[in-house]
Design a protein around this ligand. Structure first.
Ligand code: NAI
Length: 722
């Protein structure tokens, strides 16, 4: 066997070491799946073997799950029947281990996710190292898949349907202590005792899973039990409420659990395999896997990095402005071991920024995710100051002062005076074009946009913006920096609102436009959520700030002059901001009222600004509103592709989902267009443009693609190959 090594000791315990050659982390490759199929029969037939312990040959962990590139590649080439055989083959291999008649334990020295955890679940005993950095669980649901190696069957049989639901549906992962508490692990012990603990158990352990015993009952009741049946009714209603039926994976997980729990294990596993293949065949799963797994991984390895430029490491980085963004940036830098100078106008303001870093560190430490040593190191890496001389020796400066062109020009000059000749200057501006800001720089080739998202410690995306004079070397360095702080970089060209803000604003605008059109505000926000966006457009406008939306619309009108058509949207925003000082959540007044204690309610005064003409909905009306909200963003993304603001569909899709929460089930706006097809999408946009206005007009590029039957991803692959 290539991926598993079996050594039998004097006690007859087979130590089965999982160790995929040439990889730093184990994944279930096709070869590993083949090898696993040999293990069950061997354990059963080899009389010298009394029991077995699975362990990993990697220090990085036990197994990160199925090797999606490998397995998906194989599945993409097969039909549903062959796909079923492949997936069910793995389930059968694990079932053979489970029923080999000898006790089998899993000794988890590190993370065990997806198929890796499912292998452990098929063992009769699981012990993990007591380390809060370790995660175990079944994250498949997060990328549009369903657990396909017994997870949907063994987890509910072990801990009940209720407790299993969030693990399966949301892909929630657990720390060892949590998993122990839930009953998914049998023991958690210090790392150096894991193997011994497993071996000791095997000497006296039982070799029959609870569900293979005669009197087995599903904890909390199965689907046929009155209480269990009720759980499924409530569960499917809750699922509907949180996903609006957009995600086939979640629906299929629930079905696999419901149907599978009424059957013996072998049949249940076949049910699961069928739903796995069925889920995989949906456009949603394909798009989600591509964007949230393949593309993200590629971008995370620096796919957008210009070739031929030596790797670069930012060791010392100064952050200008210790406000909300600057403090967050300082935190992620310090976490990555970067020596960080945090500059603000006064020492007090800089200290306040460091205080924010301290709060974040404390939170991590209190949850056991950071050792006291690491906490001390992180805090020690942040040096608050009001003296620009401390910028000296920095490899990079990240500017995050107020959004004001003159102020940004001033601090650029102050910092560049201290920066080494080849130092990079990055601006975290959210709206000001980089080329214009670079005019204040003596080294515009080293000037670049490094756009973070709020809150910085949580948001995984960084939008890197090229100015007209930005050099390839600077782009490569900005990417190296973003990867070092463990974020996903996308690279875009300079444009109003760059890529993410520009497209995101269209979602908000379309919502406000609907309000001006006379749709009831509650209907607008409900439909907004039904599209798969995290919140409705009006509530999101409140979160972003209504006055900011107003200012952006106003600035756009000024910049575009006659080309900008003022409409009811502008009137609504003006009435809110100028007429009623309703700036959004930040001053407790926007489209909604925000009482100090209690949840938000729609502002009754809205009815006067935008009288409601359409209050009740039909499925057709909802479908049309959904299309407006999603297609408006997608056609803007298509414009960004045509204009070269984004050039790679991967940047566009990953940026959309990570940056502004674009409906994940679509795989992103460009995937949405590819799935619908350029011809159908363009035709629909033509219709929408005729009904609602030219903002929906499709691009020439879309028409050309429609004529040639091309897709964005197909074109990108072709140009890469050329
Ligand atoms: P903020 O108002 O929280 O912080 C700005 C900080 O800059 C303040 O602490 C201020 O004292 C400091 N400052 C002013 N003049 C300075 C000087 N001469 N030298 C050093 N520091 C100085 O603002 P926030 O929200 O952190 O935004 C900062 C930048 O990041 C802006 O350009 C903004 O557009 C951008 N941005 C903001 C996002 C957000 O969600 N708030 C998202 C992405 C970018």
């Amino acid at each position: 066997m290539e991926t598993f090594k079996i050594e039998v000791d004097a006690d007859g315990i087979a130590l089965i070491t999982f160790d995929v050659p040439g990889k730093s982390m184990n994944t279930l490759t096709l070869q590993a799946m083949k090898d696993l199929a040999e293990i069950g029969p061997r354990l059963k037939d080899d009389a010298a073997i009394k029991g077995a312990v699975f362990t990993s040959g990697k220090t990085t962990g036990f197994c990160a799950g199925a090797d999606l590139n490998d397995v998906m590649g194989a599945l993409a080439k097969t039909d549903a029947k062959a796909g079923f055989e492949l997936v069910n083959g793995l389930s059968n291999a694990l079932r053979a281990i489970e029923t080999c008649g000898k006790p089998v334990a899993a000794a988890l020295n590190g993370l065990a996710l997806g198929g890796g955890f499912e292998l452990a679940l098929a063992c009769h005993y699981r012990v993990a190292a007591d380390d809060n950095k370790i995660q175990v669980g079944l994250p498949e649901g997060k990328i549009g898949l369903i657990p396909g190696a017994g997870g949907t069957q063994r987890v509910p049989r072990m801990i009940g349907v209720m407790a299993a639901a969030p693990l399966l549906l949301e892909g929630k992962t657990l720390r060892p202590q949590e998993a122990l508490g839930m009953g998914l692990l049998n023991a958690v012990v210090p790392a150096d005792q894991v193997l011994e603990n497993a071996k000791t158990w095997v000497k006296t352990g039982g070799a029959v899973q609870p569900w293979d015993k005669k009197d087995f009952k599903i904890p909390g009741g199965g689907p046929y039990h009155p209480q269990g049946a009720q759980m499924f009714m409530v569960g499917s209603a809750m699922l509907r409420k949180s996903t609006y039926g957009n995600y086939p994976a979640q629906i299929n997980i629930l079905k696999a659990v419901y149907e599978g729990l009424q059957l013996p294990m072998e049949a249940a596993l076949r049910i699961e395999s069928r739903y796995f293949v069925k889920t995989l065949a949906t456009p949603q799963a394909k798009a989600m896997i591509r964007t949230l797994f393949v593309s993200m991984q590629e971008l995370g390895k620096g796919a957008a990095r210009p070739a031929g430029i030596a790797p670069w490491e930012a060791k010392k980085v100064s952050v200008l402005g210790a406000g909300m963004m600057g403090a967050g940036i300082a935190y992620v830098q310090a976490m990555a071991g970067i020596d960080t100078v945090l500059v603000d106008v006064t020492q007090e303001a800089a200290d306040k920024g460091k205080g924010h870093v301290e709060d974040l560190v404390k939170k991590q430490a209190s949850r056991g995710r950071m050792t006291p040593e690491k906490a001390e190191k992180v805090l020690g890496a942040v040096h608050p100051t009001s003296d620009y001389h401390h910028v000296k020796g920095s490899d990079l400066v990240v500017e995050a002062v107020f959004e004001n062109r003159e102020l940004k020009a001033k601090v650029t000059a102050l910092a560049e005076a201290e920066l080494s000749a080849d130092g990079v200057f990055g601006s975290n501006t959210s709206t000001l074009p980089i080329t214009g800001l670079a005019e204040a720089s003596v080294r515009p080739a080293n000037f670049i946009g490094i756009h973070f998202f709020s809150p910085v410690d949580k948001m995984g995306l960084v939008e890197i913006i090229k100015g007209a004079k930005t050099s390839d070397e600077t782009i490569a360095r900005a990417i190296d920096y973003v990867l070092k702080i463990k974020k996903t970089p996308i690279v875009v060209n300079d444009s109003r609102g760059f890529y993410t803000s520009r497209c995101f604003m269209t979602f908000l605008q379309e919502g406000v436009q609907m309000l001006a059109d006379g749709y009831a505000p509650a209907l607008i926000d409900n439909v907004g959520r039904m599209t798969g966006m995290p919140r409705g457009p009006l509530e999101m406008t409140d979160d972003v700030a209504v006055d900011l939306a107003y200012k952006i619309a106003d600035q756009t009108a000024k910049d575009l002059g006659d080309a900008y058509v003022r409409g009811p949207l502008d009137d609504v925003l003006k009435a809110l901001v100028v007429g009623h000082e309703r700036f959004g959540r930040k001053n407790g007044k926007g489209f909604y009222d925000y009482p100090e204690n209690g949840s938000k309610t729609l502002w009754p005064g809205l009815a006067e600004i935008a009288p409601v003409k359409i209050a009740s909905s039909t499925p057709e009306l909802v479908a049309e509103m959904k299309m407006r909200l999603l297609y408006r963003q997608a056609v803007e993304a298509a414009r960004c592709m045509e204009e070269g603001v984004v050039t790679d569909p991967r940047d566009a899709d990953v940026g959309a989902i990570l940056g502004w929460g674009f409906a994940p089930w679509t795989g992103g706006p460009i995937s949405l267009i590819d799935t619908v097809g350029a011809a159908a999408f363009a035709a629909e946009c033509d219709r929408l443009a005729k009904t609602y206005g030219p903002r929906f007009a499709p691009t020439q590029q879309l028409r050309d693609m429609a004529a040639k039957g091309e897709t964005f991803y197909g074109k990108a692959a072709k140009s890469k190959a050329a």
